[in-house]
Design a protein around this ligand. Structure first.
Ligand code: ADP
Length: 481
């Protein structure tokens, strides 16, 4: 097996639909985390490149906003078809730069493409309303207008889907967009740039600027009065920093931040289904997802059975290069990430957790970490409080429904939660008591382009996908008639 990039992956910057070198002429390396080898060099965008991209966006923006919604939708529809047609190419690039398995990469391509299809259909459904003024002496017309140039900052864990989720909605709404992909994974997003050129997106409307110095580029753009919207997916810490920077200009922001998803298994749960759901909720993307189940709270009556079965399934997972067919679990994306995951595991063990499988960094090249199950995890352990972002399942036991809900909500985060029960009354009660933006009931996978994705509390605000997603890129205008 050769672990090389397919031909034709762009390595320069997309400046308004044209591939160009960075204005500084410099590049940075993209690494395959499975073996530490350099995949390629990519152009390193500077603040000057950012200013140029914004100038092009402003110049193209009015015409794009005035382009018939049907025409905008048709470009997005063509982009959807092109991503589908190039799915294997995309999946290979995703696996090489992120490390996830080819199967996970294929499912990301499918998920990512769906946002383009969904927003191709939403472009023609932007509407307003007309009402009579209560006084009887006028009418109230409410319209929706594109907010203007958008900066989209994306993370490394879903380099295609996090980009399409933002670009699809922004372009459908009529907004020109600049994407700053994560420095670990610029290649997938650069490949997506070619899709939009081939789909007929007009020049200037989309730029993609990889950089090794995100703070410098992003600060320049946030400080520019022409930028009208920032959409960010990433860590809560960086999200807070960007909100502070955006406050100077009262820039509109949407924030998809960290999670700490609880996964509850009640004593009346279907244990077969709960184990399957647990594996999906924990191990999709190797645990590197903000919706990943972070902590398993299991009813005492079923805890042993659930943990034994989860452990034997996790222990059977084979680590290896994501492109190898037998691999179930690829490497973590970087050494930094692996060090953080291991520190959380060490902390839990020091506080008395029992290692059921995995639990330590293996020898050899690549940033691998084994599928790990810890039980008897003590309250106060860091991995119950912090996002793990790796293949580690922490199991705790509860005695009552009230205790389970209290434990689930005992976190500053509020992105996703999962629970398993066969009691419909309990399902209704628990779903309304959990303080998260998204809930899986007897399901381990919840993401869907047609559903509103987003969190409460320190998991952020704003929604992506669904009918809500496009609203983030629209301003409301009131016209008195
Ligand atoms: P992670 O810890 O998972 O890498 P981050 O929040 O650091 O998550 O990164 C998410 C995105 O935010 C990436 O595109 C990254 O380049 C960008 N980013 C990180 N720090 C900053 C910053 N200070 N200013 C602007 N963007 C940043």
């Amino acid at each position: 097996m050769t672990y090389t990039l397919p031909a034709g992956v762009p390595t320069q910057l997309w400046l308004g639909g044209k591939l160009v070198d960075s204005s500084s002429g410099t590049t940075f390396s993209v690494i395959d985390p499975a073996n530490g080898k350099v995949l390629t060099e990519v152009g390193d965008a500077t603040p000057e490149d950012g200013r140029q991209a914004l100038g092009l966006a402003v110049a193209a923006g009015l015409e794009w906003a005035a382009t018939p919604p049907r025409a905008r939708g048709e470009i997005l529809r063509r982009a959807f078809e092109l991503v589908q047609a190039r799915a294997d190419n995309f999946a290979r690039v995703i696996t090489l730069e992120v490390g996830k398995t080819f199967t996970d990469a294929r499912s990301e391509v499918h998920y990512g493409a769906e946002f383009l299809r969904w927003f191709s259909e939403e472009a023609v459904r932007i509407s307003g309303r007309l009402a009579a003024a209560p006084s009887g002496n006028g009418r109230i017309l409410v319209t929706k207008e594109p907010v203007g140039p958008v900066l989209a900052i994306t993370p490394w864990n879903f380099p295609l889907a996090m980009a399409t989720r933002k670009i699809g909605a922004a372009l459908a709404a009529g907004c020109p967009t600049i994407v700053k992909p994560a420095e670990e994974t610029p290649l997938t997003t650069l490949l997506l740039g070619q899709v939009f050129v081939d789909a007929g997106l007009p020049p200037g409307v989309l730029s993609i600027l990889p950089t090794s110095d995100a703070p410098a580029l992003v600060e320049t753009l946030i400080d520019s009065p022409q930028l009208r919207k920032l959409t960010f997916t990433g860590s809560t810490g960086v999200g807070k920093l960007l909100i502070r920077q955006s406050a100077n200009r009262l820039l509109r922001t949407s924030m998809e931040l960290g999670g700490n998803a609880p996964f509850l298994v009640f004593d009346d749960a279907d244990i077969d289904a709960a184990v399957e759901g647990a594996l999906a909720a924990k191990m999709r993307n190797g645990g590197e997802a903000c919706t990943a189940a972070n902590r398993f709270h299991v009813a005492r009556e079923v805890a042993e059975e659930f943990t034994d079965r989860l452990t034997s399934r996790m222990a059977a997972l084979q680590t290896g290069h994501g492109l190898d067919k037998q691999t179930d679990l690829g490497p973590l994306v970087t050494e930094k990430q692996r060090t953080q995951v291991d520190a959380l595991v060490r902390d839990a063990i020091e506080r008395g957790a029992r290692v059921r499988t995995g639990g330590s960094i293996p020898e050899g090249p690549g940033t691998f970490y084994p599928a790990t199950v810890l039980d008897q995890v003590a309250a106060g352990s860091r991995l119950l409080q912090e996002e793990i972002f790796g293949p580690v399942a922490a199991v705790c036991v509860f005695d009552t429904e009230e205790d389970a809900i209290a434990a689930a909500n005992d976190t500053p985060y509020g992105l996703a939660a999962y629970f398993y029960t066969r009691d419909i009354d309990r399902a209704t009660r628990v779903a309304s008591a959990l303080k998260t933006g998204m809930i899986g009931v007897n399901r381990g996978v919840i993401s869907d382009a047609a559903a509103p994705f987003g969190g409460v509390k320190e998991s952020g605000f704003g929604r992506e996908g669904s009918v809500e997603g496009i609203e983030e890129y629209l301003d409301t205008k009131y016209i008195a008639l």
